[in-house]
Design a protein around this ligand. Structure first.
Ligand SMILES: C[S@@+](CC[C@H](N)C(=O)[O-])C[C@H]1O[C@@H](n2cnc3c(N)ncnc32)[C@H](O)[C@@H]1O
Length: 187
């Protein structure tokens, strides 16, 4: 498949879904106390594969970017850690996801220092060196241009900035019937 076909398949898949993983997914990766910090809607829309915020050691006042923020579960947890003197930015290509993220951030009371940006991880709409920490959860694997996405993450990080990713990895080669399957790319 061509890169643009993969991007469209992924975008269509995530614009079209009607629910996230909910409590069964969230309980696998987040503690009871972490879940108590976020609104029910963001738990309902959990679609990640880990818990990057737990290992990012976010500090009050930092600027954090959540690449592929979905319903905002990690963006909101990050916003709690950086506090009102910091900034939490969710980035997503799907309009519906950003709208959910905004609703959930408002319900969590962190809207004042949280924003959701429209854009692609392969062309992040932020200036060079503008972010202290990049987190991402289950998103890099969806890119047909992973090196490009990582280069963009590196570009927006300030010197000495940090990255904390939770994602899927592949050892060896994917069989062609998987590598050429649109639903496998999105799923
Ligand atoms: C598996 S979900 C994970 C969502 C969220 N990180 C979480 O843990 O619940 C993947 C998210 O990445 C977004 N996404 C997919 N391709 C993207 C791209 N090229 N740039 C930015 N976001 C993208 C999707 O719209 C979706 O919201």
């Amino acid at each position: 498949m061509y890169q643009d076909e993969i991007k469209e398949a992924v975008r269509n898949a995530y614009s079209g879904i009607s629910t996230g993983g909910g409590h069964p997914v969230a309980r696998r990766f987040y503690s009871e106390s972490e879940l108590a910090e976020i609104p029910e809607g963001s738990i309902e829309w959990a679609l990640g594969v880990g818990n990057p915020v737990r290992y990012a050691f976010l500090q009050p006042g930092e600027t954090v970017l959540d690449v592929g923020s979905g319903g905002g579960i990690d963006t909101i947890l990050a916003a709690r850690r950086v506090g009102p003197l910091g900034t939490a930015i969710g980035l997503d290509i799907v309009d519906e996801m950003r709208a959910r993220g905004r609703r959930h951030a408002a319900a969590a009371g962190v809207s004042g220092w949280t924003e959701f940006l429209r854009g692609e991880m392969e062309a992040i709409p932020l200036p060079d060196g503008s972010v202290d920490v990049v987190i991402s959860n289950g998103v890099l694997n969806l890119s047909a241009r992973k090196s490009r996405a990582l280069a963009e993450i590196f570009r927006v990080l300030r010197p000495g900035g940090r990255i904390c990713l939770a994602d899927l990895t592949v050892e060896g080669e994917l069989p062609p019937e998987v590598a050429n399957d649109q639903s496998a790319w999105s799923g």
